[in-house]
Design a protein around this ligand. Structure first.
Ligand SMILES: [Cu+2]
Length: 211
């Protein structure tokens, strides 16, 4: 009796291993390729807070969504985060987390607007229906600078302090990669180049000229 149970168990384990093993293989094959991009300046040093956008040859269906908050706070007389990527059409919240009042203005082409002074723990919102970059300022505090990058691709991210950003799920094939940074030399502070996405994990180094 005991032996019968044991052999049954062995058979079950062997079967489970087989199923588990093949499932693991399938998952691996279906996993989206990750594309790692490093942005460096002319001196070879990493550029942080650069926005990298990849437009694949094949359009991606469905709305663009990002995992981070569509919010730009004001804290310690700074816009936080200093650079925010949002999907085209997003509404961004601007909570004032300071004890002093702030205003917000932008003269940038994709979104010209003014939000009058508002105080502590108050929030204002603004929508961004046009793709491009928006430079924010405050009428009271001249040193306050914030940037909103409005994009229409889900493959977008901001570089870390080592200049790296990882974009997942980019379809293989010919693609266009755009880097934006407020100090980048060139039209609209952008630099665009062609890129072949292999479908496997790959790292792509992009050199840009900064002011
Ligand atoms: Cu201010």
């Amino acid at each position: 009796m005991q032996r019968a149970v044991l052999s049954l168990l062995t058979a079950f384990l062997a079967c489970a291993t087989l199923i588990w093993g093949s499932a693991a293989v399938v998952v691996e094959a279906a996993a989206p390729a990750s594309l790692r991009v490093q942005v460096v300046g002319g001196d070879g040093l990493p550029v942080r807070d650069a926005v990298v956008e990849v437009h694949a040859a094949k359009a991606v269906a469905g709305p663009v969504r990002f995992p981070w908050k569509m919010g730009m706070g004001q804290k310690n007389q700074q816009f936080v985060p200093g650079t925010l990527i949002v999907a085209k059409g997003s509404t961004v919240a601007f909570p004032n987390l300071d004890t002093v009042r702030h205003s917000i203005y932008s003269f940038s082409k994709p979104a010209r607007f003014t939000i009058e002074l508002y105080g502590r723990d108050q929030t204002r919102t603004h929508s961004f229906p046009i793709v491009g970059s928006v430079k924010l300022g405050c009428n009271i505090h001249d040193q306050m600078r914030g940037y909103i990058r409005v994009t229409d691709t889900p493959f977008a991210g901001k570089t870390d302090h080592n200049g790296y950003v990882t974009l997942t799920g980019v379809p293989a094939g010919a693609a266009k990669v755009t880097v934006w940074h407020p100090q980048l030399r060139g039209m609209e502070n952008e630099s665009t180049s062609a890129l072949n996405v292999t479908g496997a994990a790959q790292t792509h180094k992009l050199k840009v000229a900064l002011r």
